[in-house]
Design a protein around this ligand. Structure first.
Ligand SMILES: [Zn+2]
Length: 126
């Protein structure tokens, strides 16, 4: 009788553990699937996943200037730019919804889309 109870409790613990594990994995996956929006002078250049297993580049052009944006497994960043301050390059990878990557001279903005922005705010308030 006692052995049965122990087995039952072990099974119960295992189920709770697995459920928690699945929950964690799903949450992490959702974060990885967050979409971003890249806009130049208010015009959408790119709208899609914030990460890519195979790295690729996007060139944002504004007037004489341009930014080379890299999207890879870690996320999105400005790899190269010819703006005077280079602030967009120094910002590195896009970290959260409240801190978009901005290149003022080139009117370029990289930010999470509205839906994932809400998720970001929820995560902060918790
Ligand atoms: Zn810049």
């Amino acid at each position: 009788m006692q052995g049965k109870t122990v087995k039952l409790l072990t099974a119960l613990c295992a189920v709770i553990f697995i459920a928690a594990l699945i929950g964690t994995v799903l949450t992490l996956q959702n974060k990885g699937e967050a979409d971003i929006l890249i806009a130049v002078d208010g015009e959408t250049l790119y709208s899609g996943p914030a990460k890519a297993n195979e790295p690729f580049y996007l060139r944002a052009v504004y007037g004489e200037g341009s930014n080379l944006i890299r999207i890879d497994a870690r996320g999105v960043c400005v790899e190269w730019a010819d703006c005077p301050g280079q602030e967009c390059v120094h910002m590195g990878y896009l970290k959260n919804a409240s801190l978009p990557i901005v290149c003022l001279p080139h009117r370029m903005v990289i930010r999470y889309t509205e839906a994932s922005q809400d998720d970001g705010l929820d995560a902060v308030s918790q």
